[in-house]
Design a protein around this ligand. Structure first.
Ligand code: AMP
Ligand code: MG
Length: 405
C-alpha cells in the first residue's frame, strides 16, 4: 500500500497542463501565465517629472538666482517647448521633462513671486526625474511563463498595454456522487436518506482552486447508472467521484471505471482519514475516487486532488508549503498511517504558531472540520506527539487567530 507522499507524487507525475487560452487581462487573476511576456516599449515611455514643481536647468540654479516662469506642463499635456537659460517651467508629476531642463525642483523648495522662482535648496542635475526605460527596458521579460497572475502582475501587464494574456486552461472537473441513500439538497427526503452534501462541497473546493466544476448528480448503486454517469464524467478533463470506493458489495465505482477503460493506478493509501481513496487514468485524464464520508472527501480533495488541479492549471508549485506549529495538546495515534489532525491555529506576536486539536478527530465529525484552520501532518510511524513538540501543518485557513501573548 502507498504512503501519502508516494500517492501524491504518483498523482502529480500523471497530470500535466491541458493547453493555453487567451483571456482578457482583468480575467487573468489567479490564472498562470503561459508565455514569457516582453515589454513592447520602454517604461516609463518618456523622461518625466516625479514631483509637482519646476523644470529647470541646474546650471542656472546658483544661490539667489531668479528664474522666470515661462510655461505650464500638466501630466498628459504636450511635450513642451525648450526651457531657455534663466527660465523655469511649472510641471506636474508625470508630465514629460521639456527639452533643455535637467532637473525638477519641488514647489516646496522654491520661493515663488508673480512670474519667477528662487530655488531655496541646492539643485542636483537629474533630481526628481524618472528616466525613460528606468523601470522596464523595451524587449525585456516582465512576466515569465509559470507566474501566477496576481494584482501586481496585472498592474505591470496593463502598464505594458497587454490587453490579452495567454494562460493555462482551467480543467472542467466532473463531480459524481454515488449511493442509494442520497437525496439532492432542497429535495424532499424520507428518514434514512442523507443530503448529497459532498457534491456541493467538492464543487466549492474545485471552484476555490480555480477550476470549473461540472455537476453530474447522483449515480444509484447499480451498474447501469454508474456506467452511464461515469462515462459522462470521463468526457470532462478530470473526474471526481465520492463514495462507493470501499470493499462493500455496493461499492461499484472502481469496477465500473475499469469496465470503462480507466486504468487504476492505486487503491488505498496509508492515510487517515481517506484510506480507501483510489486513483486511475483514462488515457491521460485523472480519475479520483474519494471516500463518501464528508470529512474524508474534503481532506483527500485538499491533500491529493487540489495539488493535481493546480498542476493542471500550470501552477509551478502545486503543493502549498506547510508551516511548523507547536502542539498544545498531547496527541496519540496508531502507527502505520499518516494522520491528518484537524487543528486550530494561533499565532503569537513573535511569529510562533501554536496548534491545538479542533475537536473530536472521528471522521464522522464534520464539526471539527469547521473549527480547523489546518491539518497537522502526523508521520505514519509515530504514535505519540507530546504537547510542546513541533508538527507540520497544512494551512486551510490563512486568516487564523493571533494572540497578544
Ligand atoms: P460509502 O463510501 O458509500 O460507504 O459512504 C460512506 C459514508 O459517506 C456513508 O455514511 C454515506 O452516507 C456518506 N456519504 C456518501 N456519499 C455522500 C454524499 N454525496 N454526501 C454526503 N455524505 C455521503
Ligand atoms: Mg455507498
Amino acid at each position: 500500500m502507498l504512503s501519502f507522499i508516494e500517492a501524491r507524487t504518483q498523482i502529480l507525475a500523471a497530470v500535466a497542463p491541458l493547453g493555453i487560452e487567451q483571456v482578457a487581462l482583468p480575467s487573468a487573476l489567479l490564472r498562470v501565465c503561459a508565455d514569457d511576456i516582453t515589454a513592447p516599449a520602454d517604461l516609463p515611455p518618456l523622461d518625466n517629472s516625479a514631483m509637482d514643481g519646476f523644470a529647470v536647468r541646474t546650471a542656472d540654479c546658483t544661490t539667489g538666482a531668479s528664474l522666470r516662469i515661462t510655461g505650464y506642463l500638466p501630466a498628459g499635456g504636450e511635450l513642451g517647448v525648450m526651457v531657455e537659460p534663466g527660465n523655469a517651467v511649472r510641471i506636474m508629476t508625470g508630465a514629460p521633462i521639456p527639452p533643455g531642463a535637467d532637473a525638477v525642483i519641488p514647489w516646496e523648495e522654491c520661493l515663488e513671486t508673480d512670474d519667477a522662482i528662487t530655488p531655496q535648496a541646492t539643485v542636483k542635475s537629474g533630481q526628481h526625474i524618472r528616466w525613460r526605460g528606468e523601470d522596464v527596458a523595451s524587449g525585456s521579460c516582465v512576466v515569465a511563463t509559470g507566474t501566477v497572475i496576481r494584482p501586481t502582475q496585472i498592474s505591470m501587464l496593463a502598464s505594458c498595454g497587454k490587453a490579452l494574456l495567454p494562460v493555462f486552461r482551467r480543467p472542467r472537473v466532473a463531480i459524481l456522487s454515488t449511493g442509494d441513500e442520497l437525496v439532492e439538497l432542497g429535495q424532499p427526503s424520507v428518514p434514512g436518506q442523507i443530503i448529497n452534501s459532498n457534491a456541493i462541497a467538492l464543487a466549492a473546493a474545485v471552484a476555490d482552486c480555480g477550476a470549473e466544476p461540472v455537476m453530474l448528480g447522483i449515480a444509484r448503486d447499480n451498474r447501469e447508472d454508474h456506467r452511464e454517469k461515469l462515462a459522462t464524467g470521463l468526457l470532462c478533463d478530470a473526474l471526481i467521484t465520492s463514495a462507493g470506493v470501499s470493499a462493500g458489495d455496493r461499492d461499484l465505482v472502481r469496477e465500473v471505471l475499469t469496465e470503462l477503460g480507466v486504468e487504476q493506478q492505486f487503491w488505498k493509501i496509508l492515510i487517515k482519514p481517506g484510506h480507501p481513496t483510489a486513483f486511475g487514468l483514462h488515457g491521460s485524464k485523472p480519475v479520483f475516487s474519494l471516500p463518501g464520508n464528508p470529512v474524508s472527501s474534503l481532506i483527500t480533495f485538499e491533500m491529493l486532488v487540489k495539488p493535481a488541479l493546480r498542476k493542471i492549471m500550470g501552477y509551478p508549485r502545486p503543493i502549498s508549503p506547510t508551516i511548523s506549529a507547536i502542539l498544545r495538546d498531547d496527541v496519540k495515534k496508531k502507527p502505520g498511517r499518516v494522520h491528518f489532525l484537524r487543528v486550530r491555529l494561533m499565532a503569537a506576536v513573535d511569529g510562533t504558531v501554536f496548534a491545538s486539536t479542533a475537536g473530536d478527530q472521528n471522521t464522522g465529525i464534520l464539526t471539527t472540520m469547521l473549527y480547523a484552520d489546518g491539518l497537522g501532518i502526523l508521520p505514519a510511524d509515530d504514535s505519540f506527539f507530546a504537547a510542546g513538540s513541533c508538527i507540520d501543518v497544512h494551512v486551510l485557513n490563512p486568516d487564523f487567530a493571533m494572540t497578544a501573548g
